[in-house]
Ligand binder design. Structure first.
Ligand SMILES: [Zn+2]
Length: 362
C-alpha cells in the first residue's frame, strides 16, 4: 500500500515473460495478498459449512475436476496459476480452489455483485471510449486488490485489476480491447472450462472476434456477463451460460450491466431470479443516471460509480452486514479510457477514495 496525502494507492505489479514466469512474478510480488485471499476463502467455506456442507479438502477435490478442461483448452493460463503457487508458496490445489470458487460452491456465494458501464464517441464529451466498473466482493479481500501490467512473450500486453490468487480478467490490452465482468447465475452449470480461465483469454485477444471466441469456448463450466469494448467504439454485453449466450450491442452509445440476465432467452436459464432483486435496482438506477447526462466524462462516470440509491445495496456497495454468504462491498472502482490507454483506479469504496491514474508503457 502506498500512502499519498492519506489516500491509499493500489500496488501495480509489472510482469513479463512466459506464463509460468508471469505467474511466479505475481506470486512473489503479492505473496501476502495471495495467502490472505486463500485464507479468506477458507474462512468463508468454514463459516458457510451449514449451508454448503463443503470442507476445504472437499473443495480441492471439486476444483481438481475442472483443471483438466482448463489444461486442454488454455494450458498457458493453468501455467500462470502454477506460477502464482510457486511464487507465493501456496499449494497449486489451494490456488485452484480460489479460481473455481464460484463453481465449487455452486454459486451459493451470491457475491461479485458488480456494476459495469461503457460509453463510446456518441455519448462522450471528448470522444473517448470509456468503461467503468465497481468490483464488489467480500470486504476482507479489499486489502488483496492490485493491478497488473503484463508483457507476455507471445501475447498482447495488457493492464488489469485483480485480487489475491485470482487470474487477472478486468482490464484492457494493447489492441484496444477491454473487458469488465459481472457475475450472473445460470442454472445449467457443468464441469468444464472455469469462467475465470476463459475470461483471462479475452485479454490475449487481437480482435473483438477473438475475444468473443474466447468467451464462447466449448465445454465452458458456466458463464458471466462480459462487457466488451473496442477502442473503435464497438460495445457489447455478452451474457453467457454453460450452453447458451446472447450478444447485445449498444444502441445509444452507452451500455450498463449488473448481475442478472437481460436477454429474454437467457432469463430462461437464470437460477432463482426471485433472489436477484438488488441487481435489478442497480441496473435501472445506472440506466437512469447514464440517460441523465447526454455527453459523459470521466467525472460523470465516477459520479455513477459513487451513487448510493438503495444503500447499502447501491452501485457504490456497502452491504457488509448479514449472512456471511451475502456480505460484500465495493473493493475497487475503475474507469478505463481506451482512447488514452489508461486506467483510473480507486481502492475500496469510491465514495471515500480518490481515483489515481495508471498509464501502462504499451
Ligand atoms: Zn459508497
Amino acid at each position: 500500500m502506498t500512502q499519498n496525502n492519506g489516500q491509499k494507492i493500489l500496488k501495480k505489479v509489472e510482469i513479463r515473460g512466459s506464463h509460468l514466469q508471469m505467474g511466479q512474478q505475481i506470486g512473489e510480488a503479492c505473496k501476502e495478498q495471495v495467502k490472505h485471499s486463500v485464507e479468506n476463502a477458507r474462512v468463508l467455506l468454514d463459516t458457510a459449512y451449514d449451508s454448503l456442507q463443503l470442507t476445504w479438502d472437499m473443495a480441492k477435490i471439486q476444483a481438481s475436476k475442472y483443471i483438466p478442461f482448463a489444461e486442454e483448452r488454455y494450458p498457458q493460463f493453468v501455467d500462470e496459476l502454477r506460477g502464482i503457487a510457486a511464487g507465493s508458496g501456496v499449494s497449486f490445489g489451494d490456488i485452484c480452489v480460489v479460481n473455481v470458487m464460484e463453481a465449487v460452491t455452486v454459486d451459493a456465494l451470491h457475491l461479485t455483485k458488480c456494476t459495469s458501464l461503457a460509453i463510446n464517441q456518441e455519448r462522450s464529451l471528448d470522444g473517448h471510449v470509456m468503461l467503468a466498473h465497481n468490483e464488489d466482493w467480500v470486504p476482507e479481500d479489499e486489502d488483496d486488490v492490485f493491478l497488473v501490467e503484463a508483457y507476455p512473450d507471445n501475447e498482447p500486453a495488457f493492464m488489469a485489476m485483480t485480487y489475491g490468487a485470482l487470474l487477472p480478467n478486468i482490464g484492457f490490452n494493447e489492441h484496444g480491447i477491454a473487458q469488465c465482468i459481472d457475475s450472473v447465475y445460470p442454472s445449467d452449470c457443468r464441469i468444464g472450462v472455469p469462467r475465470l480461465i476463459y475470461s483471462r483469454a479475452v485479454l490475449s485477444a487481437h480482435t473483438l472476434d477473438e475475444a468473443l471466441r474466447a468467451i464462447l469456448v466449448p465445454q465452458r463450466a458456466a458463464g458471466y456477463n462480459h462487457l466488451l469494448a473496442h477502442e473503435s467504439g464497438e460495445l457489447y454485453n455478452v451474457e453467457v451460460s454453460a450452453h447458451y449466450f446472447a450478444l447485445m450491442s449498444s444502441e445509444n452509445g452507452t451500455l450498463v450491466h449488473t448481475n442478472h440476465y437481460t436477454d429474454s432467452e437467457m432469463r430462461k436459464v437464470e437460477h432463482e431470479p426471485d433472489e436477484l432483486i438488488s441487481t435489478r435496482v442497480r441496473y435501472f438506477r445506472a440506466q437512469r443516471l447514464m440517460r441523465q447526462t447526454q455527453m459523459h466524462t470521466r467525472d460523470s462516470l465516477t459520479r455513477v460509480l459513487r451513487d448510493h440509491v438503495n444503500h447499502p445495496d447501491s452501485i457504490c456497495n456497502h452491504a457488509t452486514i448479514g449472512d456471511p454468504l451475502d456480505r460484500e462491498k465495493t473493493v475497487c472502482s475503475l474507469v478505463m479510457d481506451l482512447s488514452e490507454r489508461c486506467m483510473y483506479a480507486a481502492w475500496g469504496s469510491p465514495c471515500e477514495s480518490e481515483y489515481h491514474l495508471f498509464r501502462p508503457g504499451f
